[in-house]
Design a protein around this ligand. Structure first.
Ligand SMILES: Nc1ncnc2c1ncn2[C@@H]1O[C@H](COP(=O)(O)OP(=O)(O)OP(=O)(O)O)[C@@H](O)[C@H]1O
Ligand SMILES: O=C(O)[C@H](O)CO
Length: 468
């Protein structure tokens, strides 16, 4: 029985289920199952495309681009694909035997001159196509950085400066991408506008609630009609010192207070994977893995908040839930979504971490503090957390995330606990969660699954148990 198991014996099946769910929902299989091709008819959901006298051109960008291309190649076969371009993450292993040209770029998920060059190639490619040709866009998260095209009048460096200010001040991805759209030649439906014929856009969502106009900054989606807030006012809100932003950027944003609406009735946009589909698969895998011995429930797939604050809140939630338990079994509550991280100003020079590692560290700090407070009077509860990014890469680091539990504190005396507390506090404030987890427990709690080629946001699981 798992009831008497240690945290690690419960965490391992969870991690295994996480990996299996990623495999089952690979971008390749999501694309493959969305394209139903039987010569000469291609069916995508309820729409048919006649391929008797035409071929398909593939344009792919995002962290899952390579795997999505594989899915399209499997479904369509070589003879139907005319060619295409894919803008893929720096460091990817590039396929060789393909009609699609793959260009790596956006080192550390930041737009760079390589991804800018690839975007130009994509624009030129689309401009050359005629009315009879069909374009298949394969879009996934990370697409914004892999498709940078600063609007006339600003440079990539200037655009990057704006993005960095927003990102380090805790702007949400929705806010960030609203500004990216306003400063781009291709985002917000402007790439789709280059298509003269028909297009299909298969999209893997990495934004809470799946707003297609904002995923990878919606390059093939008609622009938002009732935008919540303009890019100008978002930037004003996040940038306390106006001088930090170049004047030309303010001017461009001021001009766009009323956004030009792109109408793209020739493009079929379809979401083929999202975090809610992922979490459902994860729970199914976990239940079959543990023969239903672990109770796992999905609480939310739209989780947002500060990473540090959420780690603290999750600790309190797990503690209260554990105290109420009436049976001797482990429970897992799953949350999925994406948190934000705020940096002090100026940002620490040696910052090294990610949302998941930071949240796990914040939870751990609360756990340590609680252990110090209850040292003489230990409770019967076991608590733990695992925070993992589905792309396998948490922030600009090579870790997927981290996990920790009460078991990690077993055998520590009060002095040990106090010193661990100071260390955790130091790493939290200096934004070096990566360094903490690489050192703690000989890095046993640091999860490194490698790049998964997927991008379905983060998963946070809180674990709790009470000896009856
Ligand atoms: N030192 C750090 N500590 C904690 N979080 C950090 C640190 N450095 C960067 N981050 C966070 O990492 C995130 C950037 O990581 P990444 O490049 O993987 O972006 P992402 O939002 O996951 O990308 P995408 O949305 O394109 O998938 C940001 O949320 C940023 O705040
Ligand atoms: O590329 C992007 O804009 C983010 O991953 C959100 O989709």
């Amino acid at each position: 029985m798992l009831t008497s198991k240690s945290f690690i014996q419960v965490y391992r099946p969870f991690e295994k289920a996480f990996i299996s769910a990623l495999t089952l929902l690979s971008p390749e299989s999501c694309v493959q199952s969305s394209l139903k091709y039987s010569h000469p008819k291609l069916t995508v959901q309820n729409t048919n495309y006649d391929l008797s006298n035409t071929k398909i051109h593939i344009i792919a960008f995002g962290k899952a681009a390579i795997s999505m291309v594989f899915g399209a190649e499997k479904s369509l076969g070589d003879s139907v694909i005319a060619g295409g371009i894919a803008s893929v993450p720096f460091g990817s292993l590039l396929p060789t035997n393909s009609k699609i040209q793959f260009f790596p770029g956006a080192k550390n998920n930041l737009p760079d001159s390589d991804s800018e060059e690839t975007t130009k190639k994509i624009e030129e490619y689309l401009q050359k196509l005629g009315e009879n040709e069909i374009v298949l866009f394969l879009i996934s998260g990370g697409g914004s950085a892999l498709l940078p095209a600063p609007i006339e009048g600003i440079t990539l460096e200037e655009k990057l400066k704006v993005i960095k200010i927003l990102a380090t001040n805790g702007a949400t991805i929705q806010e960030l991408n609203t500004v990216r759209i306003a400063l781009s030649r291709v985002k917000g439906g402007k790439l789709g506008k280059l298509v003269k014929g028909k297009a299909i856009s298969l999209i893997i969502s990495d934004i809470i609630g799946d707003p297609i106009e904002l995923i990878a900054s919606g390059p093939t989606v008609s622009s938002i009609e009732n935008q919540k807030e303009t890019a100008f006012s978002i930037l004003q809100r996040f940038c306390s010192d106006k001088e930090l932003i170049p004047r030309n950027v303010w001017k461009i944003l001021e001009k766009q207070l009323t956004t030009e609406n792109q109408v793209l009735s020739n493009i079929q946009n379809l979401i083929v994977a999202s975090n809610s589909i992922f979490v459902k698969t994860l729970v199914n895998q976990l239940e079959s893995e543990t023969l239903n011995e672990i109770k796992a429930s999905t609480i939310s797939t739209q989780f947002e908040g500060g990473a540090t604050e959420s780690g603290k809140a999750f600790f309190n939630k797990a503690l209260s839930a554990a105290k109420l338990l009436k049976s001797d079994s482990w429970n897992i509550e799953i949350f999925a979504g994406e948190t934000t991280v705020s940096f002090p100003s100026p940002p620490p020079i040696n910052a090294n971490g990610g949302r998941n590692q930071e949240m796990a560290l914040s939870f751990f700090l609360e756990l340590i503090k609680h252990q110090i407070e209850t040292f003489e009077n230990l409770e019967n509860v076991k608590l733990g957390i695992a925070c993992l990014g589905t792309d396998g890469q948490d922030g600009p680091t090579n870790a997927t995330g981290a996990f920790c539990s009460t078991d990690d504190l077993q055998g520590l005396n009060l002095a040990d606990l106090k010193s661990l507390k100071s260390e955790a506090e130091l790493h939290l404030s200096s934004k070096t969660s990566y360094n903490f987890w690489s050192k703690f427990n000989s890095s046993m709690n640091h999860v490194k699954l490698g790049k998964t080629g997927h991008n379905l946001m983060d998963v946070y699981a809180i674990f709790y148990f009470k000896h009856q």
